[in-house]
Each structure stands twice: as structure tokens, then as C-alpha cells.
Design a protein around this ligand. Sequence first.
Ligand code: BDP
Length: 667
Amino acid sequence: MKSSLLTLSLALFSCFQMQADNGHGLWLGTPLPDNSCQVFIPNNSSQTLQIASKELYSSWKGGNIQLKFNAEIDNPEAYRIVIQQNNVTIAGSTDVALLYGSYALLRLQNSRLNVQDTIVNESPYFNLRILNHWDNPDGSVERGYAGASIFWAKDIKNRRDLIQDYGRANASIGINATVIDNVNANICMLTTEYLLRVRDFADWLRPYGVHVWLSVKFSSPIAVGGLQTADPLDPEVAEWWKDKCQEIYELIPDFGGFLIKANSEGQPGPNDYNRSHAEGANVLARALAPFGGRVMWRAFVYAPNDPDRAKQAYQEFMPLDGQFEPNVIIQIKNGPIDFQCREPYSPLFGAMQYTQEAVEFQITQEYLGHSHHIVYLAPMWEEFYGYANPASMTAAAGVSNIGDSDCWCGNVMAQSNWYAFGRQSWNPVLSSEEILNEWIAQTFPQLPSGNSSIFDMLIGSREACTDYMMPMGLHHLAGDGHYGPGPWFWNPRVRADWQPPYYHKAAADGLGFDRSSNGTDAVSQYPDDFAKIMDDVDTCPEEFLLWFHHVAWDHIIQGETLWNRLCHHYQHGVDEVAKMQQMWADVATYIDAEIHAQITEKLDIQYHDAIWWKDACLEHFRTFNGNLPYPDDVMPAVNSLEDMKRGRMRLGLWGAPTKDQLDGVRK
Ligand code: BDP
């Protein structure tokens, strides 16, 4: 193939220039000042290949690189990198594959791996790796803790550069699709005015291989189309969706499709017309199919047809297996409840035999301390893939933690979760350790190799968070805003399954939700081998104990009573955060001062909150168990239950006891 040498001056790289080190540059590094590598790309190259060659030209420290089409590589996103002495060839069958290969090469270099004489063959595990932005047209972000929407705002200025930076970041980790509005969708998204804006986003993201999707409201035929009904079996409704898709694809020929939240938390859906989720999904699927579009239909439903919310999605969807059009994917949250710090996998995974399934993870930390707590989430997702076989899935979706904050995610450490979601969706077999090492090497190149402080600080952070919030299978104990603890919250006018006592079931006889065969039997929704282990209180792993069982306070676990064991978990969580603070202090000399200060502040908040969680949960549980004493090596509560209930500790975020005060309480 004929090639032309691309020689560019670095002045052209304005869009790759980072602001001062505020973290905006993510894991993508700084362009080299005087680079001398040579990049050869096919003649008449697309914008995508221009981007690839600019990236390589500005950052590759080796010699010549050739990007070549190779039609024999089947998967349109797969690439092959051959590094021989000073020459590199990147091959793939499409320009996006070559872009992915280019980013992979830079990742290898910047992760400080030895790349001499190496051959890399990579293809993505899932063909759809998609971010879900819960962004509203007014610029707010539902459960967003990193500023306003990067896509929407009333007085939006031209967002082209920002959106292209976003596309670049996604391409560098293989994310190939994005839903740019909230699942609690606004009807305006399907108006022509908004579709024109969606077209701009799609145009800007296309060169990066990122397809745009929309969340839409099921009642759009009424609200946007002026029809009397949105009944999916009504021919006029079907026609309306077809026409709408025609309009969309004229504007955006590679539009991805629709994401739908239907008959969930007040959203309209097919049940409003006595139709099933399959009938609802199929009317959209048929409208999208001629254009190659797909429907992601969410399984996050919990109609109260069973007293145990954890069973409801399975009950609703299993009978529909086999009824969905082939271009429908059921998007299922990783666990059966709602993005808790630990849940068993949702029993729907692997259960539906004839239906495509996607996992939905939450990258934004709705229940895990918002962007105030430093929590590396990949170990949670890795745990999920260890139980639920990724081979049963078509796609991975991640609810984004991105906003217009300088560093995108509210703090620099939270970027690791965006990064990890992309890498793990490309290859769910990659370990969370490998991913973290890559991310640290690229994000903090100045950290001496061999210094493991940041790794050590992050790798156990999800377990630490689980310990100080909801250890041993406890779940849904958060109060207002899903931030701090609220195990006592109870309002008879609010549905029970939105409130903590429904979940922890603390009582004089013990703690935990009995989902065993003696209880709600949720355990029976799982395959036999898993169910058997979980069903028996003696074989159920400790981390799922109070999820599946109601356990007596004096039940013995590893030689300790439940109460003592629980106290030790909470204390361990607090202690781990103290260690994280120390590890972060230790690397101060290597980290940009602004970023160091940002994370130090977050860790202070996290430490205070960890104590708040520990005190609130343990003190509340003591009111049921006859005020059992704290074990000697556990710090007694520093906040009184009454204060915490009155919300004093909510202000404690800013006025919590200092470390010295806390150390004074510690024995
Ligand atoms: C819950 C969130 C809510 C979302 C809902 C969903 O609290 O804001 O709309 O999930 O996923 O976790 O639809």
C-alpha cells in the first residue's frame, strides 16, 4: 500500500495541549517537545487516521511507525502491532482499529512495559462498550458529582473542543458509544431542535469511533408526536417511531440507538397499556432495525409483585426470554438491587437463553461517597465477572462520572474508574491490578517505578469503603442523597423498599435479610451450585452473609460473634482510610501540588465520613441488640445517635471531629 509521510509541526496539536496540571489531560500524557519519529499512513486518510498519526507523532519515543490496512483481520475494531527493533507496524481492517492500535502502542510505552520485539493482537471482548450519561437538558447531571453536563446547558457555548477531548479519551481506552442524556429522559431529546444538537455531537465524536445514542421517553409519541397513545401495538405509534428513526438517521447515519427506562420509578412504559416489556422494546427495535440501530432496554424494574425487591427484575423478565427482537439488548445492573458497594450478581445474567444481555455498572459513586471518597471500583467489577460469565453478555454499560469539572471526574483518582471501565469492557479478563498499574504509570509518570504507594492506596479502597459503610452483605443503608449513613430512616409514606430498615432488618434476634430458602428464597433464582453455597449460613461467604441471611447477634463467624465481627469490619474500614492518608502523604514530592492538595482534602473528608458511617450503623444496631459493648480494639462512637439522627453529622462533613480529637478517643 502506498503511504505518505506525515510531517507536522507540534503547533498543530493545540487540541492536545493541556492546561496547567489540573488533571484535564487525564492519563494521556503530555506531547514530547522535540519528537523525531516518523509516521506513515495510507494516502487519502480519514480524520481518524489523521488523529492516530498526530498522537503517535507527538508521543511515540521510538522510530518509524506504519499504519496499514489489513482486510484479513476480521473484527473491525481489532488490531495487530508488530514492534521490531526500531520499526512498528500497526494493522487493522478499519481506520478505527488503527486508531485503537495507536493508542495501545502509546499505552504500552507509557505503562513502562518492555515493548521491544513484541507482537500484540487484540480484539474487543464486547462489541458495544458504552457510557451512560445521566445528563439533563438543563445542564444538571443526575447523581453527578463532577460539575455540570459536558453536553447540555441552556447557554451552551461551542463545546466542540471539550467533546473532542472526551472522544479522544474514550477512544484511547476503547469506549465506542455514549448515551448523552439521562435515563429519566426528557421528551425534548426527540424534537428536531435537539436532534440537530445531537448531530453535532455525533459529528465531533465520529472520528474517535464513538457512536451517539439517546435515552428516550416511552411516551414520546404522545408528548412529541401529538398522538393520543404510546401503546406499542398501535399501528400509528409504530409508524411514528419509524418516521422518527428515519429523521434521526438522515441526520446521523451511524446513530447507535435508544436506551430506555420504562415502567420504573414513575417512568412511562408498555405496562401502562397492559403490554409487556418485550412488546414495548420491539416497537422501537423494529423502527431502528432497517438502519442498524439497537435498543438497550433496562431491567431496572421493581414493581411490587413480590415482597423482596431483589427478586422482581428476574420475575418480570425471565418469562419474556425469547420474545425480544434480535436488536434488543437487556441492560441489567450488576446486582439485583441498586449499585451498592457489594451485591451478588443479578440472577438474570446467564439465565436468559435467547436474549442479549448487557451489564450496567455505575462509575459515578452514587452510593460510594460521591466524588468525596477515593474508591477504585475495578475490583468490584472484576468480582462481578468472576461470578457472572461475560460470555453471556453482549455489551458493558457504565454510568459515567464525568462532568465539566477541570479534571472531568471531580477528583483525579476518580479518573481511574472511567479508565478501568473502558479497559475492562475491552477485556473483562484483565485484572484490576494490571489496569491500575497502567493507569498510575500513565497518570503519574513522575512517580518512580517501583513506588507502590498509589497502587496500595487504591487497590484495597473498595473493600475499605465496603467495610466502613456496609460490610458483610449489608446494603442500602444510606440516608438522604445516598451520601451519609441513615440506617434509621423510616417514613411510612415512602415505599418500604426505598428505606434502610427494609434491608438491614435489625431486630433483637439478629441482623440481615433472609433471602435463603427459609426466607424470601431469592437464592433460588441462581444456578444450583451458587444457590447451594449461599443458602447455607455456614457456607455463605462472609461478604454476602447479611444479604442472604438473618443472623443472630451471637452467631459465631471465624471465632467471633456477629456483633464483634461487624465492629471489626467497620473499624478496619476506618483504619484503612487512615493508611490511605499516610500513603498519599508519602508521595507528596512526586505529585503536582494542586492535585496533591485536592486528594488530601478528599481523604480527610473520607476519613471523617468513615467514622460517621461506623458510628451511625453500629450505634443504631446497638439499640436492637441490648447495647452490646464494643470490642476492646474498636474505637467507641464519637458521635451520639441522637446527634447523628438530627443531622448534625451531615454538617460534620465540614465540621467533623479532627483526627487529633479522634485519636484522643481511641484507646
Ligand atoms: C438509582 C438512582 C436514580 C436512577 C435510577 C436508575 O438513584 O437516580 O434514576 O437508579 O438507574 O440508583 O434508573
